[in-house]
Design a protein around this ligand. Sequence first.
Ligand SMILES: Nc1ncnc2c1ncn2[C@@H]1O[C@H](COP(=O)(O)OP(=O)(O)OP(=O)(O)O)[C@@H](O)[C@H]1O
Length: 326
Amino acid sequence: MELIEIDQVNKVYKKGKKQANIDISFSIREGEILGLLGPNGAGKSTLIKQIVGLLAPTSGEVRYAGVNVLKQAKKVASQFGYYAQEPHALGALTAREALLFTGILRGMAKKEAEKQTMELLERFGMAELAGRPLKKLSGGQKRMVGIGTTIIGDSRVLVLDEPTNELDPLNRRLVWDIIVERNRQGATILLVTHNVLEAERVVDRVAFINYGRLLEIDSVPHLKQKVDGRLKLELTAVEGEAGNLKKRLEEWGDIQQTAENRLRLLIDKNRAGTMLDWMVHANDLPIDEYAMLPPNLEDVYLYIDSQKEKAVGYAIREEKVGSFIG
Ligand SMILES: Nc1ncnc2c1ncn2[C@@H]1O[C@H](COP(=O)(O)OP(=O)(O)OP(=O)(O)O)[C@@H](O)[C@H]1O
């Protein structure tokens, strides 16, 4: 069943005259984990804010269980857990109070909210910090309390905007575990992340957004078929030579610059042997290191993005390379 429908959503920010979302339509199915991926400035947070009803679309609408979210703000607030990128304004509350009050606001009985609060703080390794005001916690600890306030109260829908951002590896893993666990308990989950490789392990489907548009939405295996029959060559260029190297390799396949001196080439399997042979014999290529690897979801994204750029003639976003790294 389609739980949330995004129907022809357009968002124009008046001040900047910026069209952040253009004709976006797709559905989120009940019980799925849908990953929303795309580079910085693609329009993901704008879309998410409209999905949770905090921002009104310029045109189009978002429906939850068949009804426009803006017409059922109370219901959406009680049934959705929303983790925003911006830190929340609960700084004067203690960690315990922030969790407890959010649980009660979502309609939990006080006793149950108390129980879940302590369970979460223990799970986060923060039981001893329960009485400390949020403003006196570290950035990562604050973020974990933010995750806690999002998931407390068994919300039917979780909307998570970069939930693992700025967390250490252990907490990142804990958050991914919690996401999967809550999904198994029945929650429908929409999440924005730049951790494409971590997301690949948990999401059922992926929506790729760029230039304010939905470029693609599909299951991970289906998306990977787009780069089937290809291999990935990761190259480190000699300092200052990435542009030059990119030009020399362009004819072999789809090439992207992924960091200042790093390039990624997707090449047909049946050309890979000839290409490698050519590369090792060409003495003047400015290459420091290279490795041949099977493609992953990040490569699918880069491929889809490059095809779209070619198709519609968008300028290459040199300033945005590397958005997916780390
Ligand atoms: N309040 C605002 N007023 C004007 N323009 C805005 C506003 N918020 C966002 N934008 C612009 O809209 C575009 C989309 O921004 P958005 O925050 O939705 O991107 P994003 O995909 O979430 O990016 P990131 O991954 O960096 O968080 C950007 O060009 C941004 O500068």
